[in-house]
Design a binder for this molecule. Structure first.
Ligand SMILES: Cc1cc2nc3c(=O)[nH]c(=O)nc-3n(C[C@H](O)[C@H](O)[C@H](O)COP(=O)(O)OP(=O)(O)OC[C@H]3O[C@@H](n4cnc5c(N)ncnc54)[C@H](O)[C@@H]3O)c2cc1C
Length: 364
């Protein structure tokens, strides 16, 4: 049994805590503020690798696909241990196009998806509107991916936190910014000795370069997002400009901007205005409505678009699990299992070389 301290109580840190605790390790999570209070609580909760990944598949696609496949059992376990019933909806998705010229890209995408046994079907405009009567008549066709799903992210994160606590994980919130001193994790109130330290600090992982002795090209990309009280949708709706996803609480969420704003989590008129304009075109019933809720979060982006998961060469007692950018909710179960396997010295079940945190050069 190892003593493991996890820095960061977002979806990634809590998922790792949950998995490692189930395997019998002694876990402490230290969170600067409130667990789930940053990107993880702001997310739309889509589990949608087939719609999100446009280009040819690579190891990142396989990582996302594997994580999607883990979700049914994983979310059930979180519900059991937390006794919290959050929304998980295997709704499927429709990737809609509005110009004939875009049909070829949908067909190409579907062709490579089939090689990976992804279920998908090209629908005509009539078929799309039969499935989703609230969508605009301008839709030309859509790619239907029935295996994609979504989750209510704030509920999922709250349940993960409760599941961790029920299993005996020590969670320290409002710990201030944890630091490392001679291998110990130090918070404003205590010093924690550990066998392993996992850094799951989301966009804030960028500040650990000097401490870890390796280049960490991680940076915050703000996502602005809003919600309407609107008639429901049966699927996640994607277009090239954004997405709409209906939640069981009666809201339709429209997302999301991608802007560089340092660590600012305010919404702007420009960011939300663009979303409003786009969403009203896609779903005309929204035209007379105002979003009742607007918010923003900071996605942990990386230079090459891939997460950093694995042990740091210069500091072998430290494992990084960060940089999940647009897919941290989706990737939470697989990341937890990769990190737990690393700690338990179990050979990895999928190819993870592309996510090696040492792939950027060391700091001299
Ligand atoms: C608008 C929006 C929509 C999104 N939609 C989706 C989606 O539909 N599907 C999907 O899969 N993903 C989505 N994402 C992305 C997803 O939210 C992120 O990839 C994911 O939440 C990252 O999780 P994390 O735990 O790494 O980071 P965070 O949730 O940011 O958590 C990191 C935590 O570490 C803490 N911390 C940092 N430094 C320290 C320190 N020194 N000491 C202690 N604690 C520290 C922070 O306080 C924070 O709570 C979305 C993101 C946004 C913003």
């Amino acid at each position: 049994m190892a003593r493991i301290t996890i820095i960061g109580g977002g979806v990634i840190g809590l998922s790792i805590a949950f998995e490692c605790r189930k395997r019998g390790h002694e876990i402490t999570v230290v969170e600067a503020q409130r667990c789930g209070g940053q990107a993880s609580g702001a997310a739309a909760g889509m589990l949608a690798p087939y719609s999100e990944i446009e280009e040819d598949p690579d190891d990142f696609f396989r990582l996302c696909q594997r994580s999607l496949q883990l979700f049914p059992e994983w979310q059930e376990e979180v519900k059991q241990h937390s006794e919290i019933d959050f929304e998980y909806n295997e709704s499927g998705s429709l990737y809609c196009i509005y110009h004939e010229a875009d049909r070829l890209s949908l067909e190409t995408k579907q062709a490579w998806q089939q090689k990976f046994h992804v279920k998908s079907k090209l629908l005509t405009a009539e078929e799309v509107r039969e499935k989703e009567p609230e969508l605009s008549e301008n839709v030309v066709a859509a790619l239907w991916c029935p295996e994609e799903a979504h989750i209510y992210a704030p509920g999922y994160v709250a349940a993960l936190l409760q599941a961790c606590r029920s299993l005996g994980v020590r969670v320290v919130e409002n710990a201030g910014e944890a630091k490392l001193e001679n291998g110990d994790v130090v918070t404003k109130n205590e010093r924690i000795e550990s066998d392993e330290v996992v850094l799951a600090a989301g966009a804030w992982s960028m500040y650990w370069e000097n401490e870890l002795g390796c280049t960490l090209p991680i940076f915050p990309i703000r996502g602005q997002i809003c919600a309407y009280e609107a008639p429901t949708l049966n699927h996640i709706i994607f277009t090239s400009q954004g997405y709409l996803v209906a939640k069981a609480n009666g809201s339709v969420v429209a997302g999301a901007s991608e802007d560089i704003a340092d660590f600012d989590t305010n919404v702007t008129m420009h960011g939300i205005g663009r979303l409003e304009k786009w969403s009203k075109k896609v779903m005309p019933v929204l035209e007379k409505m105002e979003p009742f809720h607007k918010w923003a979060g900071l996605r942990p982006a990386t230079q090459d678009g891939f997460p950093l998961i694995g042990r740091v060469v210069e500091k072998t007692g430290i494992i990084l699990a960060t940089g999940h950018y647009r897919n941290g909710i989706l990737l939470s179960p697989i990341t937890a299992k990769i990190v737990a396997d690393e700690i338990d010295q179990i050979p990895q079940r999928i190819e993870i070389g592309q996510f090696n945190p040492n792939r950027f050069q060391s700091i001299q």
